[in-house]
Design a protein around this ligand. Structure first.
Ligand code: G3P
Ligand code: MG
Length: 357
């Protein structure tokens, strides 16, 4: 059960602004806080630990359920963060459950726990691509050269006959493929996805209609621990698309979520509005779907993704670009200029609190 007790405060103190933080390259690099992020976030809470400024994390990353990510972030950043405050690239997948996919076999791809993410969203028949691939002998002709083994998986069933698929993957078509987080074994994943997609969801069988394919985000590059940017999900998408289109007569069809799509920012607005109802005990019905803020600050490191997205939506978004991630320029970004450029997230919070309080 979710609790929001740390968010409660009187209606009279309802804040007129909210904040959306990018994670990679703004708050963290890998698992290390950067730019004074723990101290900056602490300033958004009262001394008793209750939230005074509605904020959320708006990341294109993911790989674990929002509940788990909230716990991880709370631990790393030393403030109490609820699952409602964590919007990941794959969070919109939750809305796809109903009717189309709920009871259909789907495959989840990416680092972390992609199948657990989809199960938490309500999908009932989910296999990770690791598990799915393991049921097809020789589907990856290079597996014998790979030094890593597959880790545990709760979807696996072993009995006296060996590995038994949880679902009848040899006759039941995969009805959807969801790239939840950055794929780990690109070669194997591209191979298996091409099999699923061009054979209508039944690898090794004759060609069939392509099942729907979804990507949580489309970041070409992002800032991780290594000094220069790393290839992201968008790079994987380009690889898959280019190969698929070279071996198949009709082009790959897919849908990508994540920033800079305007709906991600609109969704963040409504979550921040919900947070205000928790923070201030105002009645949700009074606020309806209307945005409650004069300004929502987007603090990001990626001009093409974070700043571009906020700009596309316009009011009430105000974009702040930091120099701790993808962007390192001295002046503003030329193609996607932010409303403000600062060195760190700490500087961004200084600016916001001076302006608003
Ligand atoms: O894989 C993570 C990456 O694509 C970007 O994360 O937090 O910078 O949106 P973020
Ligand atoms: Mg980033």
């Amino acid at each position: 059960r979710r609790t929001y007790s740390h968010l409660r405060r009187p209606d009279s103190e309802r804040p007129s602004f909210g904040i959306a933080f990018d994670i990679d390259g703004v708050i963290l690099r890998g698992r290390t806080p950067i730019g004074g992020s723990p101290q900056a976030l602490r300033r958004l809470y009262d001394a008793d630990g209750s939230l005074k400024v509605p904020f959320l994390f708006l990341t294109n990353g993911g790989g674990v359920p929002e509940t788990k990510r909230a716990l991880e972030l709370s631990e790393l950043l030393k403030v109490q963060i609820s699952a409602l405050q964590v919007v990941q690239g794959h969070s919109p997948f939750r809305r796809l459950v109903s009717s189309r996919f709920e009871n259909e076999l789907i495959v989840a791809i990416g680092k972390g726990e992609p199948a657990a993410v989809m199960l938490e969203y309500g999908f009932k028949k989910v296999l990770s691509i690791d598990d799915y691939a393991s049921y097809f002998n020789d589907i990856d002709p290079l597996s014998q050269y790979k030094s890593w083994g597959l880790k545990h998986s709760y979807e696996r069933n072993y009995n006296s006959k060996g590995l038994q698929p949880k679902y009848d993957v040899y006759s039941e078509r995969v009805k959807g493929a969801f790239v939840v987080s950055d794929p780990v074994d690109w070669g194997r994943d591209i191979q298996v996805l091409c099999d699923i997609l061009r054979c209508g969801g039944l690898p090794g069988k004759e060609n069939g209609h392509q099942p729907p394919l979804f990507f949580a985000a489309d970041d070409l590059e992002y800032q991780a621990v290594f000094p220069s940017e790393r290839l992201g999900m968008g790079a994987f998408r380009i690889g898959l698309e280019s190969i698929y289109n070279s071996i198949h007569s009709s082009p790959l069809e897919y849908t990508s979520f994540g920033k800079p799509n305007p709906f991600v920012f609109k969704n963040a607005e409504s979550i921040l509005t919900k947070l205000v109802t928790h923070v201030c005990q105002v009645k949700e019905t009074m606020m309806g779907e209307k945005c409650a803020f004069n300004t929502i600050y987007m603090i990001g490191d990626n001009p093409k993704v974070d700043i571009n997205g906020a700009k596309k939506v316009g009011h009430p978004w105000f974009s702040i670009l930091t120099r701790t991630g993808v962007f390192r320029g001295k002046d503003n970004h030329e193609q996607y200029p932010a409303d403000l450029v600062v060195d760190t997230v700490g500087d961004a919070i200084d600016f916001i609190l001076k302006k608003e309080c």
